[in-house]
Design a protein around this ligand. Structure first.
Ligand code: CTP
Length: 460
């Protein structure tokens, strides 16, 4: 039996001194960079410091020069004749960036070479280790999530930031870890995947997942139907179930278009992990805040998809005439959209006039009636509660027959099940309302169950 955690923790310090480029990007955490450099030099490694222009707004070049024992490089034109970015990239046996800002991650992911640090990273064949530090919302933003996934797929090492209080006064993921941990993880990367010290960084290699080459559209979240620019009609859907399905599909190698209605960055954040795994596919996020936006996005993305999973809670109705400016309280007492007509009501205990609603398109039923791609698999969700007319399953079966999707995952809401970060129980029905499968567990487990059923039914 192999030792526990074999491979998870490689030797922290390779033998012999190494040549390490320490990059510093523009983050308030740049003040920790000198400690990183000091720790490396104390272990006998040779360090060259490379700072971005933004980094030098947070920490002075003299401080970095003093701790590294040499000049600090910044621009590619500081000494053009020396072609320093090539020289520095070739000199390096390891490139460690601490802190790495959101902007730097984006520039590296885009293959930019507009300063000495990005040019060095583009040139080097040494392992590259990035220690991001930024505000939680920047870290959880889909752009950063995708950049991190891209960089990991290319074989760069990203050290997970710590969770804790941030300079802004907020609290969350995004803190630069302790310099000791950064140095230990960076030196471990020098050992290479198979203990080959100093090996060039590997291209991500993995056998493709079982859904490789498949395209899935997954809708998730809850639509917001505007009453005016500040008010909307919405629902409690967090988007977690849809994100879990997108994540699981990508982990199996599929390329997913996630049509996202008002999903918070925290809920989207796990997508970075699943797309970083070897053999994983991709998740592209398409924002669709309203039911009409969602219909357009789903139909357009579905035109090249093997399967569509409608996990979003789409509002059935929307205000007929949303206000273009914030509607004042007294005007809500008038029929919406009628400017100037009627007496201001509401004062003196009168009831306001009702907001006129119109019906939204039923996206799922529309996909079944007119599939954007012939033969594609259509999967729906139904959140049901029982009432005097029948239990949740009876309502689900009626809905399955009414909507005609190939599969309908019915989950009973209320009783602490279904909404928010709580376990789910689903019964999956076919288009005739007959039970195909049932399962209970976390949203990730429900996602796996559904993907098993989808994978079995995908057109060959
Ligand atoms: N759905 C849709 N378009 C809508 C409403 C719902 O595509 N305008 C989809 C949902 O994404 C889900 C399925 O239809 O996959 C069932 O949604 P649900 O809200 O349970 O059903 P409704 O048709 O709204 O029926 P009811 O509100 O009467 O239960």
């Amino acid at each position: 039996m192999p030792p526990r955690n074999e491979g998870a923790h490689r030797a922290a310090t390779p033998t012999g001194p190494r040549r390490v480029v320490v990059g510093v990007a523009g983050s308030i955490a740049a003040y920790k960079a000198p400690t990183v450099i000091r720790l490396l030099r104390a272990r006998g490694h040779e360090v060259r410091a490379v700072a971005t222009e933004a980094a030098l707004r947070f920490i002075g070049a003299p401080a970095l020069a003093a701790v590294s024992g040499g000049p600090v490089r910044t621009g590619v034109f500081d000494d053009p004749a020396a072609v320093e970015h090539v020289g520095t990239g070739e000199w390096a046996e390891l490139v460690l960036v601490a802190p790495a800002s959101a902007d730097l991650l984006a520039r590296i992911a885009a293959g930019r070479a507009d300063d000495m640090l990005t040019a060095t990273i583009l040139t080097t064949t040494a392992p590259v280790v990035l220690a991001p530090a930024m505000h939680t919302q920047m870290w959880a933003n889909p752009a950063t999530v995708e950049n991190v996934a891209t960089l990991r797929r290319r074989g760069l090492t990203i050290i997970e930031p710590d969770v804790g209080s941030l300079t802004s006064g907020d609290s969350g993921a995004g803190r630069l870890p302790a310099p000791e941990r950064i140095v230990a993880e960076a030196l471990a990367a020098l050992e290479g995947p198979a203990g080959t010290a100093g090996a060039p960084r590997p291209a991500a290699q993995a056998s493709p997942g079982p859904l490789a080459g498949r395209r899935l559209v997954v809708s998730a979240g809850g639509t917001h139907e505007p009453i005016d620019p500040v008010r909307f009609i919405g629902n409690r859907s967090s988007g977690r179930q849809g994100v879990a399905i997108a994540s699981a599909a990508a982990a199996r190698g599929a390329d997913v278009a996630l049509i996202a209605a008002n999903i918070s960055p925290e809920v989207l954040a796990p997508l970075g992990e699943s797309t970083a795994a070897p053999g994983a596919g991709t998740v592209r996020i398409v924002e669709a805040p309203t039911a009409l936006d969602m219909e357009t996005a789903v139909r357009s993305e579905a035109s090249t998809a093997d399967a569509v999973v409608m996990a979003a809670a789409v509002a059935d109705f929307r205000p007929a005439r949303p206000g273009s400016a914030k509607i004042k309280k007294h005007r809500l007492a008038e029929p919406l959209g009628e400017t100037g007509a009627g007496e201001p009501g509401g004062a003196g205990g009168e009831s306001p006039a009702p907001i006129e609603l119109v019906t939204n398109p039923d996206i799922l039923a529309g996909l079944v009636a007119e599939p954007p791609q012939p033969g594609q698999l259509i999967v729906g969700f139904a959140a049901e509660t029982g009432d005097e007319e029948g239990d949740a399953l009876a309502h689900g079966a009626a809905k399955a027959r009414r909507k005609g999707a190939h599969l309908l995952a019915v989950n009973a809401v209320g009783d602490g099940k279904g909404f928010g970060d709580v376990p789910n129980a689903v019964v999956v029905l076919d288009a005739q309302g007959a039970e195909v499968a049932r399962g209970e567990g976390t949203k990730a487990e429900v996602a796996e169950l559904l993907l098993d059923l989808i994978a079995e039914r995908l057109p060959r």
